[in-house]
Write a protein that binds this ligand. Structure first.
Ligand code: GDP
Ligand code: MG
Length: 598
């Protein structure tokens, strides 16, 4: 029976421990991809993923494997991202699987995201198969890592494969373990169709492409399906799997992981976590969906050219299909015009969305400084939610402001504990606990304002610990803080898009650093531009962008032709991300100045 031969598994790990490389080797060993088509991190198919060397999206592929028992098995492998911002991709992948390969770097050992991902896998009742990777490295210590897995995670690692995804060591053993240890999918092929939507994308020709896991029953072209959350019905056009290219199939049945199209043109109709059932023979209940994810960071997104506003809306809608954690709603800024307040899971997520909008949809954007969500209790007892600093009520109406906090778990070698504590203190953290994981590694827990952790905490942590620390965090709720709105004035006008909410103790330093930074990032204009930072009506810092001197430009353009051409090109490039704000031209990077300050 086919169902008995299916194995659905994910690959999970801390970032860079070798998930995507292991996926490559599995594709190769099972001859899913011809040798000549093979390239490193093959499943990272987005340009952005290849350039940055990170996995952003989950990827599901079907492959066949002939095991030592002589039988042919069908594997559905889901590669997942490792970065904390994309945990949502991981949790959705896991819900489509029965097992997980837990990859741990033999030189680095367990790190913060290793644990976070293990917990997700355990939540989903997955069989966890530890794989100790990179044993080819001189610093590899597989025996030690094996003990770590048993001590820290508490699972049996005695049969953990010692592997090198890079050198192709241990791959055959991993494939056999998948057959032996990952359970075949449960579910009833005769029952009414229930398929979980775990991802989706938009295709201009075929409409919405749904990635599904069939939990019960079967689905094939011509079938009438119903989306259980809203009752919308469609006729299936096509079903198939990725291998890794899309491959049409006659039918998807219980246990399969694949895709489905049904001429779904209205993007709003579908969402991940929904259950597809048969319209003629509907299931009684929907499958358990996903916990809705709340964005942690908000920023304004504005088209550089205001004519692109509708294109931007459409692009956001399409991207949302492929990125369920993205949220947006229209907003207006005095300085920037019409745009959208957009919610993200973190700064990397924000960065990725901005780049995808520019690359995949060809829209030039200005993004304002990111902010977390504040809760403001007014003197009249009213509570307002503020996700845009410029919307903070007047100071006289504010009773108190609460800001979100996270519990941050930092794993670090002994020697760097001092540096981590120092950083925790500087970022307004409250020290909670410190546990020794083994003789030389420590788990430090802090409670820290979300605003501090998402801005540059991770970069600072990496630099102060020479890259040895790893970080995981989760929301723990709201706490009162002494906060105030810091305004920036250009040429005497408050620029709403620059406003930010800061801790009163840091306001002066932030204001000073910000005006200095803006002075450097905003190019000289034809006239002198004063830059000021203010809290309420009080100016706390100022500086001046000097006027452009005519003779400087004359000289610049006087050079030889090729140099001049280059300059013009460069100018054009720069122009793309400039926005006229009142009387001043402001480049994109100026809006991000807030992220690069201490
Ligand atoms: P991911 O972030 O978990 O998907 O990790 P990648 O598969 O992208 O690998 C991260 C880096 O580690 C890449 O530079 C790989 O070439 C390297 N890498 C992966 N597996 C091995 C291995 O077994 N040995 C060595 N030496 N390097 C590896
Ligand atoms: Mg990867």
């Amino acid at each position: 029976q086919r169902q008995e031969k299916i194995r659905n598994f994910s690959i999970i790990a801390h970032i860079d421990h070798g998930k995507s490389t292991l996926a490559d080797r599995i594709l190769q060993q099972t001859e899913t991809v011809a040798e000549r088509d093979m390239q490193a991190q093959l499943l990272d198919s987005m340009d952005l993923e290849r350039e940055r060397g990170i996995t952003i999206k989950l990827n599901a592929v079907e492959l066949t494997y002939t095991a030592n028992d002589g039988e042919e098995y069908i594997f559905h492998l889901i590669d997942t991202p490792g970065h904390v911002d994309f945990t949502y991709e991981v949790s959705r992948s896991l819900a489509a699987c029965e097992g997980a390969l837990l990859v741990v770097d033999a030189a680095q050992g367990i790190e913060a995201q290793t644990l976070a991902n293990v917990y997700l896998a355990l939540d989903n009742d997955l069989e966890i198969l530890p794989v100790i990777n990179k044993i080819d490295l001189p610093a590899a210590d597989p025996e030690k890592v094996q003990l770590e897995i048993e001590d820290i995670i508490g699972i049996d690692a005695s049969e953990a494969v010692h592997a090198s995804a890079k050198a192709g060591i241990g791959i055959a053993e991993i494939l056999e373990q998948i057959v032996e240890k990952v359970p075949a999918p449960q579910g009833d092929i005769e029952a009414p169709l229930q398929a979980l939507i775990f991802d989706s994308a938009y295709d201009s020709f075929r409409g919405v492409v749904l990635n599904i896991r069939v939990v019960n029953g079967t689905v094939k072209p011509g079938d009438k399906i119903r989306l259980m959350s809203n009752g919308k019905e469609f006729e299936v056009n096509e079903v198939g799997v990725f291998s890794p290219k899309a491959l049409q199939k006659e039918i998807l049945s219980v246990g399969d992981v694949g895709y489905l199209t049904a001429s779904i043109k209205t993007i709003q109709d579908t969402h991940v976590g929904d259950t597809i059932t048969s319209a003629n023979n509907p299931a009684e209940e929907a499958l358990e969906g996903y916990r809705k994810l709340n964005p942690m960071v908000f920023a304004g997104l504005y088209p550089v050219d205001s004519n692109d506003y509708n294109d931007l809306r459409e692009a956001l809608e399409r991207l949302q299909l492929n990125d369920a954690a993205l949220e947006f709603e229209p907003e207006t800024s005095q300085a920037l015009g019409f745009g959208f307040r957009t919610g993200f899971l973190g700064l990397l997520h924000m960065d990725v969305i901005q780049e995808r909008l520019e690359r995949e949809f060809n829209i030039d954007l200005i993004m304002t400084a990111p902010s977390v969500i504040y809760r403001v209790i007014k003197t009249n007892g009213e509570e307002v939610i503020v996700d845009n600093p410029s919307a903070l009520p007047d100071a006289t109406e504010i009773e108190k402001i609460l800001e979100p906090y996270v519990k941050a778990t930092i794993m670090v070698p002994n020697d760097y504990v001092g540096a981590v504590m120092d950083l925790g203190q500087r970022k307004r953290g409250t020290f909670i606990t410190m546990d020794y994981l083994d003789a030389n590694r420590v788990n430090v827990v802090y409670e820290i304002p979300t605003a501090e952790i998402i801005f540059d905490f991770f970069d600072k942590l990496k630099s102060t610990t020479k890259g040895y620390a790893s970080l995981d965090y989760e929301m723990i709720g709201y706490r009162e803080s002494k906060l105030a709105k810091l305004d920036i004035l250009l040429n005497g006008d408050i620029i709403d898009a620059f406003s930010m909410i800061v801790h009163k103790d840091f306001a002066f330093n932030r204001g000073k650093a910000l005006v200095e930074k803006l002075k450097k990032t905003i190019p000289r204009q034809m006239f002198e531009v004063p830059v000021q930072a203010a809290i309420g009506h009080k100016i706390i810092a100022r500086s001046t962008i000097k006027a452009l001197r005519k003779d400087v430009t004359a000289k610049l353009y006087g050079g030889d032709v090729s140099r001049r051409k280059k300059l013009l090109e460069k100018q054009k490039e720069g122009k793309k991300r400039m926005k006229q704000v009142g009387s001043v031209e402001v480049p994109q990077e100026a809006f991000m100045s807030i992220l690069q300050m201490d």
